[in-house]
Design a binder for this molecule. Structure first.
Ligand code: DX5
Ligand code: ZN
Length: 224
């Protein structure tokens, strides 16, 4: 099993103290930062654009994992890559020519991810498996932090893990939405390698303690 990574989602941090929040989370043991980009069309919320990513890049050496919840993502991917994205993840529901978009992302030396809303079946990404670096399973309907994990996603994560293993390729399996210390064990046992956590970390009051708690849960599984 790969080492499981913890990706704090900055959506839940205090934006007035963004630099401090990122540095604190990095010092507390974050492996990468998850950045949620929302356009008010694909999802019912609006967040940040490439200028923000550029600023974040200046204050952390950790990889930036940019989750695009926007219509016409191909229109913006170069902007996000130039701003410093290390991973760009696109929703299968938003892109009519996803293989072309994946090629563009990879041609810039950046990791390409695809993601699916909870109700979108895994079969839709079947023909991207030989190209992608990351598969993101949404475990809530995207748009907001602080929602509850959808239990039906347990099976989807397991199936995604089987598809990845069968491909023989190195594809990271990321889960996003409602991930907490209390369900970290089951999602890692189901096959997740990257845990996105917004409220669980940034609303915890003690990021170091929270990340340590999550790591000890994960460690106990790997030893099982
Ligand atoms: C939801 C976003 C998530 C969000 C997760 O649309 O994609 O990344 O920040 O937040 P929590 O961990 O609070 O569910
Ligand atoms: Zn996200």
């Amino acid at each position: 099993m790969n080492r499981v990574k913890i990706a704090p989602s900055i959506l839940s941090c205090n934006f007035l103290k963004l630099e401090e929040e990122i540095k604190k989370a990095e010092e507390a043991g974050a492996d990468l930062f998850h950045i949620d980009v929302m356009d008010g069309h694909f999802v019912p919320n609006i967040t940040i654009g490439p200028m923000f990513v550029e600023q974040i890049k200046k204050v952390t050496s950790k990889p930036l994992d940019v989750h695009l919840m926007i219509e016409n993502p191909d229109r913006f991917i170069i902007d996000f890559i130039e701003a410093g994205a290390d991973i760009v993840t696109i929703h299968i529901e938003t892109d009519k020519h996803i293989l072309r978009t994946i090629e563009v992302i990879k041609s810039k030396g950046v990791k390409a991810g695809v993601t699916l809303n909870p109700a979108t079946p895994l079969i839709t990404i079947e023909h991207t498996i030989d190209k992608i670096d990351l598969l993101l399973i949404m475990t809530v309907n995207p748009g907001f932090g602080g929602q509850t994990y959808i239990d039906a996603m347990d099976e989807k994560i397991k199936k995604a893990r089987q598809i990845i293993d069968a491909s023989g390729r190195h594809i990271e399996l990321e889960v996003d939405g409602g991930i907490k210390a209390t369900n970290a064990k089951k999602v890692v046992q189901s096959g997740a390698d990257i845990l996105v956590m917004g409220t669980e970390i940034f609303h915890s009051g003690d990021y170091r303690k929270k990340i340590k708690e999550i790591r000890s849960i994960i460690k106990s599984i790997i030893k099982d």
